[in-house]
Design a protein around this ligand. Structure first.
Ligand code: SF4
Length: 319
């Protein structure tokens, strides 16, 4: 049976499983082995996703099922992404999850930490219910959508943070993946009017100035407005590699800025990245040094999504 959740389109035989180890076939039935088994249920500032232009200053209910369709050596969340359903997980129905979000009085639910594309049946069922209750939905993803999943997900998900990990060679060599579905996914979601922010994890001595220049060009062409460049820390199969330095990050942010993408931020850094108006350059949204959460009073620098100083529209969803 063919799984249509991601671009890999695995053909799974009876008793077998797909590349992600999550999708399985039993009794001629294709199913997700960890459906509803959550390994984390946290309340985070939405800035931690990272999303800097989507309901800034609010909290989101973050949930995860184990599993991923990539096996990247540098994975920063490998305990969750590279496992199947764990013994510590808790079964939470979509109905219960929406009820919890309402109880916690958060405006959004985030599907995050591993790869929600491989557990999108749970994402879809929860999002349908969440929308009926006026909740927003967020997906933090590697962007390796199938054509079918793009069509199903875009009306149900309000905001995406999509990874763009490197160039085509990097996807092949480090992720055993393919850059094309990711770029197509970014383009599709931007065209459909979803809120999109992109993240690139920078590894020093792997990501070069040329790579960042080319990625910036590709994102700009696809209408991306917000790009996060985050520092790598040794993890999973890359524990022997040094963490990315602040100096390297700062240099890459300079290179990225030449792309013309109006909002570029550093992540996993001791520097504070505020949002500046792309027109008058005034500082609009200030963030906390420790957890990047927003200084609430600074949100008054925006009125209905416009800069109060020059009336420039700021990309994002602000209420
Ligand atoms: S989600 Fe992707 S990797 Fe997993 S079985 Fe389906 S097509 Fe294969």
């Amino acid at each position: 049976m063919i799984c249509n959740f991601c671009y890999r389109a695995c053909d799974i035989k009876e008793g077998g499983e797909g590349y992600c180890h999550v999708r399985k076939v039993h009794d001629n039935h294709l199913y997700s082995s960890g459906y509803g088994y959550l390994d984390a249920l946290d309340i985070d500032p939405v800035e931690k996703k990272p999303l800097y232009h989507f309901l800034p200053g609010t909290k989101t209910l973050s949930v995860v099922e184990a599993g991923c369709n990539y096996h990247c050596d540098f994975c920063q969340n490998w305990q969750l992404s590279q496992s199947e359903k764990s013994s510590n997980s808790t079964f939470v129905t979509p109905e219960k999850l929406v009820e919890l979000a309402l109880q916690f009085k958060v405006p959004s639910i985030s599907f995050t930490y591993s790869e929600p594309i491989v557990w999108q049946d749970y994402v879809i069922n929860t999002s349908i219910l969440a929308k009926k209750e006026g909740l927003k939905t967020i997906m933090v993803t590697n962007g390796s959508f199938s054509k079918e999943s793009l069509k199903v997900l875009y009306p149900l998900i309000d905001a995406f943070n999509i990874d763009l990990k490197g160039d085509a060679a990097y996807y092949k060599r480090v992720c055993n993946g393919d850059i094309e579905p990711v770029l197509n996914g970014i383009e599709y979601m931007v065209e459909k009017g979803c809120h999109v922010e992109v993240t690139t994890l920078l590894i020093e001595n792997i990501h070069t100035e040329t790579i960042i220049k080319n990625l910036g060009k590709a994102l700009k062409q696809r209408g991306v407005n917000v790009w996060h460049l985050t520092r790598f820390f040794p993890s999973y199969k890359m524990k022997d590699r040094a963490e990315t330095s602040e100096k390297f990050l700062a240099n890459m942010i300079n290179i990225a800025s030449a792309s013309g993408i109006p909002y570029i931020y550093g992540g996993n850094t001791s520097s504070v990245y505020s949002t500046f108006c792309s027109n008058c350059k005034r500082e609009l949204i200030l963030r906390d040094r420790i957890d990047y959460s927003v200084r609430k009073e600074s949100l008054r620098n925006l009125e209905n999504g416009y800069c109060i100083y020059c009336n420039n529209p700021i990309y994002g969803v602000f209420d």
